[in-house]
Design a protein around this ligand. Structure first.
Ligand SMILES: *Cc1c(COP(=O)(O)O)cnc(C)c1O
Length: 375
């Protein structure tokens, strides 16, 4: 049994993917081929933003967003403590300081009260300038952008949506990756929409920001290739990856997202009286980048993980250690207990096999094993 079965997906899409890749090999435009622009067009149409800009990975996408918004030394950027390192790392790389914020224990997304308190504290302290918040659409469910945009308006913060896991999720029909001043996603193979290597994209409605990001991803390019008007980076999506993503985006919108929802519903049905199943807010939908259940404590969670492993069922812990307690951030001086829900989540979550090519039998096998364990 696979945790995420990329091979099964390839078997399914083999003809189209092989021919898309072969096309690129024949036309030979390995960098900036026409597939990249076509993908950008299809991505922005799906997400519903005016612009999309592809880049080399989801971390670069976040970094480019911060660069385009001129965030750097002396700025504070608010980040949930329960996420992948990349969300905070880019803030530090930009020269700004990540301020860690706790999460809602039901959705695992950023907690708005904790955010307000953190912003007020930073303002009172006066050392840093509150500049932006990076909500994460964790496990595929968008953060609460209604509440977040109120806070952002009140405190004059940019919203940078980290939609690396959120692509395909919605709030009242509006797509994830459309909620930020700038939004980003990742096409790492295991994400809901993944390529066969690294890839990422940036979304915005703002034409000026789009132009700046296009320039920045290409060494700060001006009017022509050897005209440089700002300091940028090299962050491109390879044409071959774009060609693969065009095929996969089609499968994603045609049926994969639906299948994820179907398997999640089946898990929910079989597990809801055994463990805490994912909580999706009213009006929200998740792309189920992960199907994550919550146990009552670390001992029970670790024992269940071991039990399932013995039965040949792979599981993952996203994430075993909150960011504010990472060695890399020891310099910021956070103490254990300072962000209790982020810390508790690290001890109690367990992600189960989830991908579009599951079967009813696999879901039953996993759910049955969990039921047996819970007895
Ligand atoms: C995967 C991920 C990233 C980084 O994406 P890469 O393409 O691996 O650089 C950023 N944030 C979150 C929440 C992620 O899950």
């Amino acid at each position: 049994m696979q945790f995420i079965d990329l091979k099964a997906q390839y078997e399914h899409l083999k003809q189209d993917i092989d021919s898309a890749v072969n096309n690129v090999l024949s036309h030979g435009q390995y960098i900036n081929g026409k597939e990249v622009e076509k993908l950008e067009y299809e991505l922005q149409n799906y997400v519903g933003t005016n612009h999309s800009i592809c880049c080399a990975n989801g971390t670069d996408a976040l970094q480019l967003a911060l660069m385009a918004l001129n965030i750097g030394h002396g700025d504070a950027v608010f980040v949930p403590a329960f996420t992948f390192m990349a969300t905070a790392e880019v803030v530090s790389l930009a020269g700004a300081v990540p301020i860690f914020v706790d999460i809602d224990y039901d959705t695992f997304n950023i907690n708005c009260e904790s955010l307000k308190t953190a912003v007020k504290n930073i303002k009172e302290e006066g050392r840093l300038n509150p500049k932006a918040v990076i909500p994460v659409d964790l496990f595929g469910q968008p953060a609460d952008y209604n509440a977040l945009s109120d806070i952002a308006h009140r405190y004059n913060l940019y919203i940078i949506e980290d939609g690396a896991q959120g692509f395909g999720g919605t709030v009242k029909g509006r797509q994830a990756c459309s909620f930020g001043d700038i939004s980003t996603t990742s096409f790492f193979p295991a994400k809901p929409l993944g390529c066969y290597g690294d890839g990422g994209a940036i979304f915005t409605d703002d034409k000026e920001l789009c132009d700046v990001i296009m320039s920045m991803r290409s060494h700060g390019k001006g009017n022509h290739k050897y005209d440089h008007v700002r300091i940028g980076v090299n962050s491109r999506l390879d044409t071959i990856q774009a060609a693969i993503l065009l095929v996969k985006l089609n499968a994603f919108t045609e049926y994969e997202l639906e299948m994820r929802q179907k398997w999640a519903d089946m898990y929910n049905h079989l597990l809801e009286d055994k463990v805490k199943t994912p909580y999706i807010k009213q009006g929200f939908s998740s792309s189920y980048a992960q199907y994550t259940v919550t146990l009552s404590d670390k001992i029970q969670r670790d024992a269940l993980k071991d039990y399932l492993k013995e039965k040949g069922i792979p599981t993952m812990i996203y994430y075993p250690k909150a960011l504010h307690l990472q060695e890399a951030y020891r310099c910021l001086g956070y103490e254990k207990g300072s962000l209790p829900f982020s810390e508790l989540a690290c001890e109690c979550v367990l992600s189960l096999p989830m991908h579009p090519y599951l079967t009813k039998e696999i879901i039953q096998e996993v759910s049955y094993a969990i039921s047996e364990f819970m007895k």
